[in-house]
Design a protein around this ligand. Sequence first.
Ligand code: CP
Length: 425
Amino acid sequence: MSDDLPTENVPTQDELDLLRYESRIKRPLQMKIPELERDERLRHVIFGGQFTVDLLEELADTADKIRILSKLRSGQDFLINLLSHKRAMLYFTQPSTRTFLSFMAACQILGMTCNEVRDPTTSSETKGETRFDSIRMFSSYFDLIIMRSKLPSLAECCAYLMNDLQDSGNRSVPIVNAGSGADEHPTQALLDVYTLQRSFQFADANGASVLDRFDELRNSYPDLTKGLAHKVYGFCGDIGRGRTVRSLASLLAKYQDVTLVFISPDHPTLTLRDDLRNRLSEQGVRIHEVTSFEERVNGVPAIELLDALYMTRIQKEHNIPADDEHFAQMDLSQYKLTRQLVARMKSYAPILHPFPRDQHFGEIPPEIDNDPRAMYFRQARNGMWIRAAMLASIFRVDHHIARYFYDEYKDWNNADEGNVPTSQH
Ligand code: CP
């Protein structure tokens, strides 16, 4: 069975199952969040908006510890025993490189066994089994389901299915949304925020002289502060269809004094969607929507104002025929980064991209890859650490990691990659 909903007039069981959850899907996010938690901790991960700033800081702290422990054989041995009694199902019916592999690597770091369904033609869905039956079957054999689907609310519905199963005394496991339609990609937003958290510590690349770099930058940018608050974030490209943009914007909105600048072609498919604009405005976020890097925001060309830039790919695979026609007549070259544009950015401003980038369109040409602000490859690797931290939080072994870390490194102040031993104990 493909991810496309059937179009016959008689609804399928799959469609009926989705309709069953419609009223729950339509509720405001704040009403849903308690249902995605257990004992005020993460259980299902469905929306970017689920994460508080405190939780994001906790996850980043755990990710840093996992990253450092993974440098040592003794640390690896400790981590790999934490969840060796757990099994994860990766149910990815949409293509993926980074999310799939980094989740698999994250599971492996913590010792979890993984299995996968990537091609539904190899599952019994081809015999007419519904997605909801498939998911319930996975929950019989596994302790966690990580899922990517073309259907916007499928992961959310599966979380409700699991909650209903639990309420009726049946087996139920956490659901992690690894990308749902054009809707949400919350764990991508986690790694994006983690990359920004690390960038805005302004630590020296080798971990030394933390204060030096920040102090140096303050000579040129006197208002600069550490952390994600009080910053201007730019999003460029396919804003309308970018689920990573939606999830990351929801997370950034939680930080104080944040401005979001959306740079996209003036076309209804590609500009900011009304629901996200309204949600961000309600949260008090300052929003600017412009059509080029040159357009002025508060009197300054957008490219020069940004503290961080999030580039995205034009997702032409989602074009309808009318889009193809319209886009062919538009000048989309303005939504490509060039060396000249990068030279005008703030000297510390990280450049992110969820990847894949489009080699044919070239929104970030490879000539920018060696710029110290180009974070996208590190960003992808960060996905492995933050996803491992998230799994540790879901299965409540994050405190074990913190305790082990402090026991191991109690003699080191501010342990980080630059000043912990890397020899094997
Ligand atoms: N960023 C991202 O989701 O990449 P993949 O589609 O390769 O998983």
